[in-house]
Design a protein around this ligand. Sequence first.
Ligand SMILES: Cc1cc2nc3c(=O)[nH]c(=O)nc-3n(C[C@H](O)[C@H](O)[C@H](O)COP(=O)(O)OP(=O)(O)OC[C@H]3O[C@@H](n4cnc5c(N)ncnc54)[C@H](O)[C@@H]3O)c2cc1C
Length: 394
Amino acid sequence: MRVIVCGAGIAGLALAQRLAAQGAEVTVLERASGPRAGGYMIDFFGPGYDAAEAMGVLPRILELGYRVDELAYCDESGRRRAGLRYAQFARAAGGRVVSVLRPDLERALREHLGGHVDLRYGRTIAAVDDRVDGVTVTLDDGDELTAGLLVGCDGIHSAVRALVFGPEREYLRHLGFHTAAYSFADPAARAEIGGRMCMTDSLDRAMGFYGLRDGRVAVFSVHHSADPALPDDPRAALRREFGRQGWLVPRALAACPPSEGLYYDQVAQVVMPSWSRGRVALLGDAAYAVSLLAGQGAALAVAGAYLLGEHLARAASVEAALAGYERALRPVVLDRQETARKGVRWFAPTTRGRLRLRRAALAAARLPLADRLFANALVGKPSAVITGHRIRVG
Ligand SMILES: Cc1cc2nc3c(=O)[nH]c(=O)nc-3n(C[C@H](O)[C@H](O)[C@H](O)COP(=O)(O)OP(=O)(O)OC[C@H]3O[C@@H](n4cnc5c(N)ncnc54)[C@H](O)[C@@H]3O)c2cc1C
């Protein structure tokens, strides 16, 4: 079968690898002109880790990954106010967790593609004609491609979803935050961060820092915004929101790149009644974004790709495969989306009382038993969706 995949991010690359390995003819269309260099650190665990292992790409991800010792909340002068040992978190994930930069995760998946995938950069989809027996896609340069299946892996603002399922306002659930991410060169800040992931212990907003191997610092931020609309000048918006914070924040703001190199978006989930229609399916953030507050979007993108690939390889029809993939993954997605919504108030507390409560909870998390409860709350319910999946062929 021929499959068109729209988007060469985490979901698209993982799916292309699965399908090509099973003998499908795969064309991947990516809007960016080449692999995207910018990004942020991803904690990769749960069903995505299991799927990466089953796909054989895990050793490369571990090679490119980082070891983080601690999540440390630091005050205006850089003093540690609270924290969580990473080992506790790793234990809750069964020791199966790795921190990896998003571009490095994509690189590992790209290297694993094999030679049979037609990966086209600088291309997107302008129109979709979905028929009973297949789908015809018109590209932005006027070219037409026909296939047995089109899969939209084009992220939270999916063009495939807009073309086939309707406008994004029907599916996006804004969680009340904007987020930004970029990296900057600062060896002194890098040395101060050491092997920790450092977060500001601040009200209404949070900035987090990871030290990278090349002396750079990866920074991400989250701040409240009731309005999902993005500002015209994201760098100016960040400077406005974080301008009064101390410690590493002023240096990070001074090094913030203009729009090129700066990731900036609303924090949202995608909630859809169905992830497929006819011969068009959605995967990853396009179908079921859980948001960075759940910390598992990348993992669920890889897990979804693995499941979709397995179902397409084994089910009696494309329709049955799409239904099977959704039936297996939807309960896990719903659980992670709910966990993220519940955790919103702890991510960027809005009152001093809640900030103090978070410090107390982190201190209590060092106690035996409490540590497990706390880490389990971060990781979510264990899921055997990959390791124990039974494909119901029908
Ligand atoms: C700051 C931050 C921290 C995060 N931390 C974590 C974490 O710790 N753990 C975790 O598991 N997840 C984390 N996530 C979430 C994770 O990054 C996403 O869930 C994941 O990237 C989704 O992968 P995807 O392939 O579905 O979408 P994307 O990564 O968005 O990829 C979509 C791809 O499609 C391309 N594209 C877009 N539109 C088009 C178009 N019209 N035509 C062709 N191509 C197109 C894009 O260029 C891109 O390459 C975090 C997210 C953020 C923002």
